[in-house]
Design a protein around this ligand. Structure first.
Ligand SMILES: [Zn+2]
Length: 280
């Protein structure tokens, strides 16, 4: 069965990804990865967009309308779909992801590390400090991958977003965190590519020059999507936007799963999946 690694770099806007992520652009330039431009859903806020990325449903429908909505998701997420089909799921992510799919509210003393096979996220390592280093977060994820061999691994970093809020998107600090993420990926992607994972790297939302997101500006809404997969024809497909609601059903397809009832499959250029195409 295909295995899927889904990486979300919180707060990474499209143009910063292109200008700072030399390794990712190298993979695109050498036809090892595909590049897309995604238009985020609204509001361009973290918790609502985690739900968008993982369930393929918009905020008005899923009810996660703001960062303050602290409860379990009522949708079928990729974690649910995978677990229900007997696949193994894992996540190294911010604690809000645990609150959406495993347990809410987050208990700092109990929920940092979770291993419960009946939960949508069966193996989780969750951090709750926005400055938790991305280097450590990716090491957590790699530990989960090597130890539990998940079919679906979700990795979610926070340092880019944190720097954007402190110093704005137009700062050496924000750009520097994107550079660091790129260098971490340059260590991990060769390992994952050798093992033939389907890999998708994107962001929930971007960041504006005020150090905010939540509105409708391109800096806040336009995010990259890099895909490395044998099911994709490598290329640069940035002439048109990919809607963010398309990512969850794409993830389902990469895992060989039927999308949920509420996911809306979207024809993504360069993606060769017969079953997916028929559903469209
Ligand atoms: Zn933020």
């Amino acid at each position: 069965m295909p295995k899927f690694i889904f990486v979300v770099l919180d707060g990474l806007r499209f143009d910063t990804a292109i200008s700072q992520m030399g390794y990712m652009s190298h993979l695109v330039e050498k036809s090892k990865a595909s590049l897309y431009k995604v238009k985020s859903e609204l509001p361009s806020l973290s918790r609502p967009l985690y739900e968008v990325l993982l369930t393929g449903t918009p905020s008005w429908q899923n009810g996660i309308t703001g960062n303050q909505v602290v409860r379990l998701s009522r949708q079928q997420s990729l974690f649910h779909l995978a677990r229900n089909k007997g696949l193994t799921t894992a996540a190294a992510a911010y604690f809000w992801v645990s609150e959406l799919y495993n347990r809410a509210p987050f208990d700092y003393l109990q929920d940092r590390e979770q291993h419960e096979l009946n939960h949508p996220i069966q193996h989780g390592k969750f951090y709750f400090d926005d400055t938790y280093p991305d280097t450590h977060l990716f090491a957590d994820a790699e530990y989960l991958r090597r130890t539990y061999d998940p079919d679906f691994l979700y990795i979610h970093s926070m340092n880019i977003d944190d720097s954007g809020h402190k110093y704005t998107s137009d700062s050496k600090e924000y750009r520097g965190k994107a550079l660091i993420a790129d260098s971490i990926l340059a260590q991990l992607l060769p390992v994952w590519m050798k093992e033939n994972y389907h890999i998708l790297i994107t962001a929930d939302h971007g960041m504006n020059e005020d150090g905010h997101h939540g509105g409708t500006g391109n800096g806040e809404r336009d995010v990259p999507m890099f895909v490395i997969s044998s099911l994709f024809e490598p290329g640069v497909y940035t002439d048109e936007y990919v809607p963010q609601l398309a990512l969850a059903p794409l993830g389902a397809s990469l895992l060989g799963l039927e999308p949920s009832h509420d996911m809306m499959p979207f024809l993504i250029p360069g993606f060769h999946n017969k079953r997916h195409g028929m559903e469209v």
